[in-house]
Design a protein around this ligand. Structure first.
Ligand SMILES: Cc1ncc(COP(=O)(O)O)c(C=O)c1O
Length: 375
């Protein structure tokens, strides 16, 4: 199949990297880091960007700076990458695992509300696969119940909810630039917020407890070194320039595939509400109803790999199924949808949505053919 490998780079990455390499310092708080923070935050409709080494520590920084700690519970979806929950544990809080909606793959706002208890301090929503979670419901819930709302936007660079970008609706957004993400420097992370004081606290945590404008050897709070290097910022500036066009391409190709597969019995692609149509398409997600499809998800997965379509299965368990959380230190709400998705859901990586139209049509046909073969 003729779609690109990932990551994609051009001369632009090399040009910007050269400028950093030829500058007098590569670390510290380089101009390129400041430039990338400003450009990325503005792109996400936020006033402040605070970069860090990855999208795991950014979540820890956000929670710590927002005052989440021992004794606090934080509601998280049961289906997401482990960092969403371990960030809570690592600041001393307790993750509360809540089910997702059957077809958006995002946390169910009704179940999140039902899980709120006297110790609940925050909610972390994840915009799973790219389309944003229902931010009308989550913003209202957070406001009504006086909870901190964090957007884990590791899948949602450029994604929108009703025209508002990921990371700009909750108190803070957290992004990852790890290798598989829609823009990458191999590793990297960013926090976005419109709250200047929170931004300053988050920056201080990742910059050895320093204050902006303060001396290099003046440390005010307990911090550590999570700084992004200028080399990463150079690559990310180039990646950000290309992102809007890449999102348009993925949206066009996703529309072709979704239209082609719309009538395949038993193949249900991710439900994308109108408000979330503009999205990064980090993943193309779906579920197999084996009764109607005629094959299980595992058979579907295996046959696609044989046809060189890069289908991934799904997570092997909801987060609470990991040995780490089998030992306790969490609260688990009923998660029937998450449990079902472990058996029947699948995803395709975003590079599959980055070929030309002809390639996209043949991918869609190859996916549809897995079902057609049974009849
Ligand atoms: C939803 C989610 N949150 C957080 C992360 C952590 O990002 P990083 O790998 O940059 O630490 C990831 C990475 O895969 C993720 O998918």
């Amino acid at each position: 199949m003729n779609f690109p490998t990932w990551p994609i780079s051009t001369e632009r990455e090399l040009e910007l990297l050269r400028q950093v390499v030829e500058s007098e310092k590569w670390g510290g708080y380089h101009d390129f880091v400041a430039r990338f923070e400003n450009e990325f935050a503005a792109y996400q409709h936020c006033a402040h960007g605070v970069s860090a080494v990855n999208g795991t520590v950014t979540l820890e920084m956000a929670l710590a700076a927002a005052g989440v700690g021992p004794g606090d519970e934080v509601i998280v979806p049961a289906i997401t990458f482990i960092s969403t929950a371990t960030a809570v544990s690592r600041v001393g809080g307790t993750p509360v695992f809540v089910d997702i909606e059957p077809f958006t793959f995002n946390m169910d706002p009704g179940r999140a509300e039902a899980a709120i208890g006297p110790k609940t301090k925050a909610l972390i929503v994840v915009h799973f696969g790219g389309p944003m979670a229902n931010m009308d419901r989550f913003a209202r819930l957070a406001a009504e119940r006086n909870l901190i709302l964090i957007e884990d936007s590791a899948h949602a660079h450029g994604s929108e909810w009703n025209g508002r970008r990921a990371g700009s609706i909750g108190l803070v957004g957290s992004f990852s630039f790890q290798n598989s993400k829609v823009m990458t420097a191999g590793e990297g992370g960013m926090l976005t917020t419109n709250d200047a004081e929170l931004a300053e606290r988050m920056r201080s945590i990742g910059n050895q407890g320093r204050r902006s404008g303060g001396g290099w050897f003046h440390h005010y709070t307990l911090g550590t070194n999570y700084r992004l290097t200028a080399l990463q910022a150079a690559v990310l500036l180039a990646q950000l320039e290309r992102l809007p066009e890449q999102i348009r391409l993925r949206m066009r190709n996703a529309a072709i595939i979704r239209e082609t597969l719309a009538d395949v019995p038993g193949l249900i692609l991710q439900e994308i509400p109108k408000q979330a149509e503009v999205n990064a398409f980090y993943l193309l997600l779906g579920r197999i109803d084996a009764g109607k499809f005629g094959k299980t998800r595992d058979q579907f997965h295996k046959e696609l790999l044989a046809r060189e379509v890069p289908c991934a299965g799904f997570y092997p368990h909801p987060l609470y199924g990991n040995p780490l959380y089998q030992q306790g230190n969490c609260r688990v709400e009923p998660c029937p949808v998450s449990e079902a998705c472990i058996q029947d859901a699948f995803w395709f990586p975003h590079r599959m949505l980055m070929g030309d139209e002809e390639t996209t049509r043949s991918v869609a046909a190859a996916i549809a053919a897995v079902q057609a073969k049974t009849n």
